[in-house]
Design a protein around this ligand. Structure first.
Ligand code: DC
Length: 227
């Protein structure tokens, strides 16, 4: 049976950076499920369909085959595809981030992506991160971690990342977006972001990246016996 590790938490908590580093060390595949929701948002935006269009989004999904959004692992790195188009770079804009949060509240979207996530986890040793991995997608995961940090610290980190790119928003804008996304993700009716009862809480507000990676590796060692 493959080993499944679930990491959930709010935007900017460091899930992907930490999960990537830990996966590399363990020789596991890192699966970033947020990229799938981002790909759906990107697709809808490119078709001129609003992310909150609860009629138009499901209608568009019905036209697509079940494998339209896919994850391919090239040299150990995840790439996300819409059909044959590699959209890995294009889904990281603030517009797509907010669109992903909005579109992810639509039940048909979650249903569309569910089986894909389950299948990947059933076939590989993985660390999967998202919002509902420990609660809904992999309720029997070998280890569940709820990774969080204060909104200000998360905005700080995101701002630093974005400030290296052109057209960077202000810190205040980044913080407002983070708070809005937290609210959306925690208050939607279906699969809201919350800590699973059996998830270990890891707060990284006062821990640097290396410390957080060490923290997660220790948990993997304790719970899964893997070093
Ligand atoms: O992890 P991320 O910031 O790339 O995720 C983008 C959005 O996708 C996030 O705001 C909520 C949604 N999402 C989700 O609803 N469930 C997941 N498992 C992963 C992401």
């Amino acid at each position: 049976m493959p080993v499944n590790i679930a990491i959930d938490g709010p935007a900017g908590a460091g899930k992907s950076t930490i999960a990537k580093a830990v996966s590399k060390q363990l020789g596991f595949i890192y699966v970033d499920t947020g990229a799938l929701y981002r790909a759906v948002a990107y697709h809808m935006l490119s078709k001129g369909i609003a992310a909150d269009d609860r009629k138009g989004v499901p209608e568009e999904l019905e036209k697509l085959d079940s494998g339209y959004f896919s994850l391919r692992f090239i040299d150990g790195t995840q790439h996300v595809f819409c059909g044959d188009e590699d959209v890995s770079g294009k889904i990281r804009t603030p517009e797509v981030s907010m669109g992903a949060s909005t579109v992810s509240a639509i039940p048909e979207v979650r249903k569309f992506l569910f089986e894909l996530q389950r299948r990947i986890a059933s076939e590989n040793n993985i660390i999967m991160d998202g919002r509902d991995i420990g609660t809904v997608v992999l309720p029997n995961a070998d280890l569940k971690i709820y990774l969080t940090a204060s909104p200000e610290e998360r905005a700080n980190r995101r701002f630093k990342e974005l400030s290296e790119k052109q057209g960077c928003p202000t810190y205040e804008q980044v913080l407002a977006d983070i708070k809005q996304r937290d609210y959306n993700d925690m208050h939607r009716d279906i699969s809201p972001l919350k800590r699973a009862d059996d998830a270990v809480l890891a707060d990284t507000s006062d821990v640097d990246l290396e410390g957080a990676i060490k923290m997660v590796l220790e948990l993997v060692k304790d719970k899964c016996g893997i070093t």
